[in-house]
Ligand binder design. Structure first.
Ligand SMILES: C[S@@+](CC[C@H](N)C(=O)[O-])C[C@H]1O[C@@H](n2cnc3c(N)ncnc32)[C@H](O)[C@@H]1O
Length: 219
């Protein structure tokens, strides 16, 4: 079996990824992740995906155990698998893939599951609700558009934190290229909506690809 070959799936991780980033179409993306859900955990564990473990480290640093936290683009809840034994009690999961949410729910780690497509207007998410929002590997082609950061500012309480874990390989693709994602982050700094707290680079975040973690505090 090759390094990228799933133990349960005939498809490689590279094939799944090339599918999920292929179209700017919400229904298409939801369907792709619905199909991938069953083997997603095994596939990502096999490539030593560091996102959930690193996400937990940042939650431990910035969030209280009883804080209301949003796992934004939770997928199958790999983060929840770690936050439950770590003692976090009130994490909501939001994702557009029902099959992924079903698996996330089965872990008993989330106090609420929300099916929604994250855009710059998500009625399912209420204003000033969360102490912390975390998103892991959801800034990818045809996934989260740069302007979703406005929604993140809206739903997190003043003084709360937004923690963004991003695969740097995607930053030169799609509508992120030419520094456009960084500009969206910086615009909110200029507008006084949030303040930068931390930026961290993580080698071998996804296979040999580097990850970047941005942390902002809501003003
Ligand atoms: C690469 S997976 C990451 C999942 C999870 N955060 C993890 O670390 O395993 C991206 C997830 O984002 C979801 N997603 C992509 N675009 C979305 C959108 N616009 N709104 C809601 N969910 C979205 C997909 O369904 C998928 O579960």
């Amino acid at each position: 079996m090759s390094e990228q070959q799933s133990s349960q799936s005939k498809r490689t991780v590279a094939e799944w990824i090339s599918d999920v980033v292929a179209k700017d179409d919400g229904e298409y993306i939801s369907n792709c992740y619905d199909k991938w859900a069953k083997t997603y955990d095994a596939d990502n564990t096999a490539v030593n995906f560091k996102g959930p473990k690193l996400g937990l480290q940042f939650l431990e640093k910035y969030a209280g155990k009883n804080d209301t936290i949003l796992d934004c683009g939770s997928g199958t809840g790999l983060l929840g698998e770690l936050t439950k034994p770590a003692g976090f009690t009130n994490i909501h999961a939001v994702d557009c893939s029902q099959a992924s949410l079903d698996i996330a729910g089965s872990r008993g780690a989330y106090s609420k599951l929300i099916k929604a497509f994250i855009t710059n207007n998500v009625p399912e998410l209420k204003t000033d609700t969360y102490d912390t929002l975390i998103t892991i590997s959801c800034f990818a082609p045809n996934h989260f558009k740069p302007d979703v950061v406005n929604e993140m500012c809206r739903v997190v309480k003043p003084g709360g934190h937004v923690i963004l874990l991003i695969n740097t390989i995607w930053l030169s693709e799609w509508v992120y290229k030419d520094g456009k994602l960084g500009e969206a982050f910086e615009q909110l700094v200029q507008d006084g909506r949030w303040t930068r707290v931390e930026k961290h680079l993580e080698e071998n975040f996804y296979r040999t690809d580097t990850g970047v973690v941005h942390v902002f505090r809501i003003n």
